[in-house]
Design a binder for this molecule. Structure first.
Ligand code: SF4
Ligand code: SF4
Length: 200
């Protein structure tokens, strides 16, 4: 490399740096298009989401027939249902309805299947906050372990199905998942043991 090329390269490098700095500096005087979440927004963020936004899944358990269509159609086995028999009435009841949202790809197949062929109990909400310390705690639990639910008998006329508001079931399941999910409990216990060993 001769001296001229050498100094030309230095000139180009300096020019590039200055151009970059000029772009960066110009942002100081522009109105920001981002905003601080969650404490500096003037309306709930969920109201700003697009109409077809697919948020966290929820199941309105009181209109779930336990038909397992959603479970069967899910391509990656996110949904798990279990059933038992009520010891007194001998009626079939649902003992588990879990959705592993850590695996879910939000394809919406379960929602479509339930809407078309069942009651519409499973649906996407506009909820999106699912942050957790442990991946396993993203398994949303729509039935409390000790509280089995009776199966809903759907009327022939779908317009009679009492569809409730979207959101509360997802929020409740998320709280349950983060409160008493076995994965979370195991993780916390392991961490507590590690800290105790380190301290002793
Ligand atoms: S398809 Fe709908 S009604 Fe059937 S088990 Fe799933 S959520 Fe319940
Ligand atoms: S949205 Fe798709 S991946 Fe997620 S639970 Fe439903 S069918 Fe499975």
């Amino acid at each position: 490399m001769n001296v001229t090329t050498y100094f030309t390269s230095i000139g180009h490098a300096a020019n590039t740096i200055l151009e970059g700095m000029a772009v960066t500096f110009s942002h100081l005087f522009r109105k920001p298009i981002t905003f601080q979440y969650p404490d500096r927004i003037d309306r709930p963020l969920s109201t700003t989401l697009p109409d077809r936004y697919r948020g966290l899944l929820e199941v309105q358990i009181d209109i779930c027939t336990g038909c397992r269509r959603c479970e069967r159609v899910c391509p990656i086995a996110c949904i798990a249902l279990d059933f038992g028999k009520n010891p007194e009435t001998k009626a079939r009841e649902m003992t588990r309805f879990d959705i592993d949202l850590g695996k879910c790809m939000f394809c919406g197949l379960c929602v479509e299947e339930c809407k078309l062929n069942s009651t519409g109990a499973i649906r996407h909400t506009r909820e999106f906050e699912g942050t957790t310390e442990v991946l396993g705690a993203l398994t949303f639990r729509f039935i409390e372990p000790a509280k089995p639910r009776p199966l809903y008998k759907a009327p022939k006329d779908k317009s009679e199905i009492p569809l409730g508001p979207y959101g509360p079931w997802a929020r409740e399941a998320r709280e349950r998942a983060q409160r008493d999910n076995p994965a979370l409990v195991r993780e916390r216990l392991a961490r507590w043991r590690e800290e105790r060993e380190r301290a002793s």
